[in-house]
Write a protein that binds this ligand. Structure first.
Ligand SMILES: [Zn+2]
Ligand SMILES: [Zn+2]
Length: 173
């Protein structure tokens, strides 16, 4: 889904869009799935050929728990604060001077901003390093592979730290 910049005639407009999960073009390699429509609520401010996008992306994703490998629902609310600059063939991106250095810069082409691409980039940035399905997820049993959050298996881990066994017998008394 593209934002047509030619259609932005006012200096400041509000853009609300719901992107269906299907247009996000996920390749199956992503660590997440998009469950529902992704809602975009943006303010677009125009300054010559520069466009500032501010606002929010709301989405419901499914991601894999880093411990038990279960897919769980993950709500994301992402604040957008981006400056879009034109990317032209004769002028490389590096030549464009970004005065507003505290803003993150992005580039647009053919008078269009690709909203689907923006959303996918933001999802990547929003992914937690080590996602957990719940606080204190029990993970998988190393012996039988069962999910310890849902089933308690009878496996006994064979190796026990000998320094702990003394302590253990003390506790059992
Ligand atoms: Zn988990
Ligand atoms: Zn087990």
């Amino acid at each position: 889904m593209k934002l047509e910049l030619r259609e932005i005639t006012e200096q400041r407009v509000r853009i609300k869009r719901d992107l269906p999960p299907t247009i996000l073009g996920l390749d199956g390699l992503s660590q997440y799935r998009v469950v529902d429509a992704v809602s975009l609520d943006l303010q677009v401010s125009k300054d010559g050929s520069k466009y500032w996008l501010g606002g929010q992306i709301d989405a419901l994703l499914k991601i894999e728990c880093g411990r038990c490998l279960d897919m769980f629902e993950f709500k994301v609310k992402i604040d957008i604060d981006l400056l879009y600059l034109p990317l032209s063939d004769d002028k490389g991106a590096s030549d464009v001077l970004v005065e507003e250095s505290d803003l993150r810069a992005a580039y647009y082409q053919d008078e269009q901003i690709d909203l689907a691409q923006l959303v996918m980039e933001q999802f990547q940035l929003a992914m937690p390093m080590k996602p957990l399905c719940r606080d204190g997820c029990q993970g998988l049993c190393v012996m039988c592979g069962g999910n310890k959050n849902f089933e308690s298996c009878q496996c006994v881990e064979s190796w026990e730290d000998p320094r702990l066994s003394g302590l253990k017998s003390l506790l059992e008394q």
